[in-house]
Design a protein around this ligand. Structure first.
Ligand SMILES: [Mn+2]
Length: 332
């Protein structure tokens, strides 16, 4: 593990590499969200704008990306790791820990590894770790680097950054929303972002199957500890019956977390696989800000932010609910 550098030192070292190196590979975490995808696209475009050779790689299993992110300028993203990897600087964006790296071999094979992220529990797996938990999103850290790289973002780059910003701040509503987030939004709008277009792409055009899955989820809500713990458990059959795909689980937790009296909200969903291998992905939210849910996620083998975290488990529904209840009581 690299020594923990002050953020401004790390920022300077990352800028040096981005300016001086010529060939890059840009990657993010598995099941990339708006910030991960927006950051991959924005950084790749920005570096190309200053003449760099950039390969942006997503795992084939993560393609195509969820419907709401298809407006991003993804045409240059590939699923193949370049064979000259040992001559490239790898930039990991929005990737909190080494277990969440879906593209195998990049970290081990690249010449240098830059780790640019805002997760407070980032495992600092890079040669240089620019980890700034005060940033609302990784896109915000990248946006802040652009002037020093001599990049004036074009409309597509600005849109990619904006999607990271809007999704990670919960449309400028979560606690990570700051003066800087709004200044960034103003700047990106000046670069040609149309907020209403971005809103429509991200939050409208909802497929009927997604609403049907939400209906199923709301029927399944369990409230434990007098409602302090609110859990939804979705089975494989729920996806088969409604026709929803996994990515359409996103957003369900935002309904659950708003219920009065909730301290921790959880949405668990069974991952695809065989009947004797049932793994469940659990997303957690701190609903009233009194508990650091990343501590619960770490106890379950995962990680994340104090307000939003997750893990994957082989526990069945009742065992999982008991585990979450115990954890909630232990961390309250
Ligand atoms: Mn993020």
């Amino acid at each position: 593990m690299a020594p923990e550098l002050p953020v401004d030192t790390a920022r300077r070292l990352v800028l040096e590499r981005l300016r001086d190196d010529e060939r890059f590979v840009v990657v993010s975490h598995e099941h990339p969200d708006g910030d991960a995808l927006g950051s991959v696209v924005a950084l790749s475009r920005a570096l190309r704008q200053i003449g760099k050779d950039v390969v942006a790689v997503l795992d084939a299993a993560d393609m195509p990306v969820p419907r709401e992110y298809r407006g991003l300028a993804l045409e240059t993203v590939t699923t193949t790791v370049p064979d000259d990897l040992e001559q490239r600087t790898a930039v990991y964006v929005d990737c909190g820990n080494a277990d969440r790296m879906p593209v195998p071999g990049v970290r081990e094979g690249a010449r240098t590894v830059l780790n640019v992220d805002h997760h407070h529990d980032n495992t600092r797996f890079g040669d240089v770790d620019l980890v700034d938990p005060s940033a609302s999103c990784t896109a915000e850290i990248l946006w802040d680097l652009l002037p020093d790289l001599g990049v004036e973002p074009d409309r597509e780059t600005a849109q990619a950054l904006y999607i990271g910003l809007v999704t990670d701040t919960g449309r400028f509503m979560y606690g990570n929303t700051s003066t800087r987030s709004h200044l960034m939004a103003a700047d990106l709008i000046a670069c040609g972002v149309a907020p209403f277009d971005a809103y429509r792409r991200l939050y409208e055009g909802v497929p009927w199957a997604k609403l049907a899955l939400l209906g199923r989820a709301l029927e399944r809500v369990r409230r434990e500890l007098d409602g302090a713990l609110t859990v939804v458990h979705l089975r494989r059959s729920d996806y088969a019956d409604t026709g929803a795909d996994e990515s359409e689980t996103e957003g369900i937790i935002d309904h659950v977390r708003t219920v009065a009296g909730t301290t921790v909200a959880a949405v668990a969903r069974e991952l695809p696989g065989t009947d004797d291998d049932v793994r469940t992905k659990v997303s957690l939210r701190a609903a009233d800000g009194t508990i650091d849910v990343s501590a619960i996620a770490r106890a379950g083998g995962g990680g994340g932010h104090p307000q939003a975290a997750g893990f994957t488990t082989t526990m069945g529904e009742d065992e999982l609910v008991r585990f979450l209840a115990e954890q909630l009581l232990a961390h309250r």
